[in-house]
Design a protein around this ligand. Structure first.
Ligand code: AMP
Length: 120
């Protein structure tokens, strides 16, 4: 799947639409989810143009991958959920339910989360 430069997270990275920023460095940007599913629900995205985890993990440089993982930890720490615990989630593709085609990790916490999977 080719990267779509007009996806909403690409626009956030370019500063064309606002976000509620939590953390930023040369590798990543973290901001609050616009429709939070938990008391803490924050997204971390790489600065590079990667469609999903599959694209990122196969195409990104070692420095980008390390920088991104460190940024996820820093974001969790800034959100105050390291002690209490949190869940990381990355949706890839149709069956994963990915809506925005720019790789992102969800950090969810701030309360006891329910079961990971539901069958509706
Ligand atoms: P996913 O289903 O993993 O692709 O998740 C996409 C997430 O992006 C959803 O949780 C949305 O609520 C969130 N989202 C969509 N647009 C925005 C936005 N402009 N700012 C912050 N979060 C957004």
């Amino acid at each position: 799947m080719a990267y779509d430069n007009d996806n909403i997270f690409a626009k956030i990275l370019r500063g064309e639409i606002p976000c509620n920023k939590v953390y930023e460095d040369e590798f990543a940007l973290a901001f609050r989810d616009i429709a939070p599913q938990a008391k803490v629900h924050t997204l971390v995205i790489p600065k590079g143009a990667y469609v999903s985890f599959d694209d990122f993990s196969t195409q990104a440089s070692d420095a980008e991958i390390i920088g991104f993982v460190r940024a996820v930890q820093k974001t969790a720490a800034l959100e105050g959920v390291v002690e209490s615990g949190y869940r990381l989630l990355a949706n890839h593709g149709v069956d994963g339910g990915q809506e925005v085609p720019h790789f992102h990790v969800h950090i969810a916490g701030g309360e006891r989360l329910g079961a990971l999977f539901s069958r509706r």
